[in-house]
Design a protein. Structure first.
Length: 186
């Protein structure tokens, strides 16, 4: 969807609300190395703010041999495994070598404050901590890396209907691309 890359806000007309994703050019490095690693972890997992912080997320949740992490959801107490891509694996491997008690030793309120401060300094309007989660889902759909069902499972939504509610406008463009693709087949 071309408009996603030009506008960081998607208006969900059916549900009547705005959803704020980050554009590719808005995904930038934070000067604080440890905190930037957390930002990247959110972008590569789609986790909610608390799901990557203690006490929900500890070294017991990281399976380096299997290249996956276990997320304990804060909604409905569900659990889900997220495969670690090379970026997330590298981040967690470096942190583990530094021998901290937890992978990310931040308090939730501090994370919210730091991200808000970063967005203000970078002149990114309308975004919040949850925008990192929304960016994860939207990029997977936009770049055709995952279908709506897979995104739903990765985000830990109880139903694919929840995922559709937030990403329906992005999927609509994929429908057109699919039908247009028939021109090459038939």
């Amino acid at each position: 969807m071309k408009s996603f890359f030009h506008s960081p806000v998607v208006i969900n007309w059916a549900m009547g609300f705005l959803i704020r994703f980050l554009r590719k050019d808005e995904i930038k490095a934070d000067k604080n190395k440890e905190f930037h690693r957390l930002d990247l972890a959110y972008l590569h997992t789609g986790a909610r703010r608390n799901e990557l912080l203690p006490p929900l997320f500890t070294w017991e949740n990281v399976y380096f041999d299997e290249k996956k992490i276990l997320i304990h959801g804060i909604k409905q107490q569900n659990r889900r495994y997220i495969p670690m891509n090379n970026v997330l694996f590298g981040i967690l491997e470096k942190i583990k070598k530094e021998n901290p008690k937890y992978p990310f030793e931040f308090k939730p309120e501090f994370v919210t404050h730091k991200i808000k401060k970063y967005y203000n300094n970078a002149d990114i309007k309308g975004a919040n901590t949850h925008s990192l989660r929304k960016t994860f889902g939207s990029l997977l759909i936009q770049e055709k890396k995952a279908d709506i069902y897979t995104v739903s499972k990765l985000l830990g939504h109880a139903s694919v209907k929840t995922t559709e509610k937030y990403y329906i406008d992005l999927i609509s463009d994929n429908y057109k691309a699919a039908v247009d693709g028939l021109e090459d087949i038939i």
